[in-house]
Design a protein around this ligand. Structure first.
Ligand code: SF4
Length: 415
């Protein structure tokens, strides 16, 4: 007779290793806090589709009149290798798909095109988002046409200018271009994504009157900052739909400090993973329409779907613990306030971007994406990066990050 308990336990530990990136020792340490009886609980919500009945909740995307699912599929991967994951996402109601013309050198958009060729009837149920880095209307037009061709579709639901760093980049030329493409039926909505100086960009956009949607870095670390609260409120009042990205706020919760142990143990006891808890913390703000999450495999997809469909929400104590954890570990997370550090260093060194690339390498286990983007920084800037004095930037950094050492580590790890 097989020992089913042990088999299930081993299966759950395997899922833990994949998803949580915990070592087995770390998992057992956290589980021990909750008691051996709950050892199997944390991954019961990741298991399989048959266990997930119910519907994916929807929220209005600003004042656009469109409802979107709480969870969106982050396509910054080679989706041509993930057709089955896309199919499962669709079936689970994850019908908001986000990509960009540059993701994986175009393979992300091409994979979506492959999917839509196979399942053309799904197109009308998918809220499709793509982005362009072009800063000229000519470049935007070319990128849009290429995206349409690659994804085998006639229109994009929401077209983003990619990685806006300041509101001045949203000028009248861009506005006229967006209006023209809407009139042509090539895009339904227009907006931007932002990783740096998000609050300033959002506040600026809220005054423009022609931005439909924004995808910004937003998580349990950033959501309590006054400036971010103001920015979200202003966008909500302006009817702008908001999608949160980078919701994990850096890496997974470890078990090194008392707060971390308390947090991990508490989530184990309640049946959450810390990744699920971080999603739920963001969904607590009803002004956030959706969370864009990269889901490269079924395990992560089904775990996120389970978190979105679960009727249970984090308690105020859970959220307070997450906040306490964020307060105790600021220097492990760059908050994207690039103007603060970059204005304290000579030259045009993109400190905020480099910190993000390090996050891709270290927290997302994606050294390919990290180094591909890092190597796009011009060589002369990388030389300056090596010699620059970061002491003033470190003094000003609200997260107290060791910027100088991290820049050196990036040069070694990502060059
Ligand atoms: S390094 Fe510090 S100041 Fe610079 S963007 Fe990150 S958190 Fe902000």
């Amino acid at each position: 007779m097989p020992n089913w308990d042990n088999e299930l336990l081993m299966e759950n530990l395997k899922i833990a290793a994949t998803y949580q990136h915990w070592s087995r020792r770390e998992f057992l340490k956290a589980a021990g806090i909750a008691g051996a009886g709950s050892l199997m609980a944390p991954f019961s919500r990741t298991a399989n589709a048959s266990q997930l009945s119910g519907e994916m909740p929807l929220r209005p995307f600003g004042n656009t009149g469109i409802n979107v699912p709480l969870l969106s599929f982050g396509g910054s991967l080679d989706t041509s290798l993930s057709i089955l994951v896309l199919r499962q996402a669709f079936k689970q109601g994850v019908t908001y798909w986000d990509t960009a013309n540059t993701y994986m050198g175009g393979r992300s958009e091409k994979g979506i095109g492959k999917y839509l060729e196979k399942y053309p009837r799904d197109r009308q149920q998918i809220f499709l988002v793509t982005k362009s880095h072009a800063w000229t209307t000519k470049g935007l037009g070319e990128d849009l046409d290429l995206s349409l061709e690659r994804m085998r579709t006639d229109y994009i639901d929401l077209y983003f200018l990619h990685s806006v760093r300041r509101p001045g980049q949203l000028d009248d030329d861009i506005k006229s271009w967006a209006e023209k493409k809407k009139a042509e039926g090539k895009i339904r909505l227009f907006g931007f994504s932002t990783h740096s100086n998000m609050e300033e960009c959002m506040l600026g956009a809220s005054k423009l009157g022609w931005i439909d949607g924004i995808m910004m870095r937003y998580n349990y670390r950033l959501m309590h900052n006054d400036e971010m609260r103001r920015a979200v409120d202003a966008c909500t009042k302006a009817g702008i739909g908001l999608t949160a990205m980078k919701t994990q706020g850096g890496g997974q919760v470890k078990t090194n400090s008392e707060t971390e142990l308390k947090l991990a143990g508490r989530f184990v006891e309640k049946g959450f993973s810390d990744a699920q808890a971080k999603l739920m913390a963001v969904w607590k703000n009803s002004n956030i329409a959706s969370i864009c999450s990269e889901m490269p495999n079924m395990t992560i997809l089904m775990s996120n779907v389970a978190a979105a469909m679960d009727k249970t929400r984090l308690s105020s104590l859970d959220r307070a613990l997450l906040q306490q954890y964020a307060r105790e570990t600021p220097s492990t997370y760059c908050a994207g306030c690039a103007d603060i550090c970059e204005s304290a260093v000579a030259g045009n060194i993109p400190i905020g971007d480099v910190m993000r690339y390090l996050m891709y390498a270290r927290s997302y286990d994606n050294p390919y994406r990290a180094s591909t983007r890092f190597r796009k920084i011009p060589l002369d800037i990388r030389i300056q990066m090596d010699k620059a004095d970061y002491s003033m930037a470190e003094r000003r950094c609200p997260q107290k990050m060791a910027i100088g050492s991290l820049m050196q580590e990036a040069l070694k790890e990502l060059s």
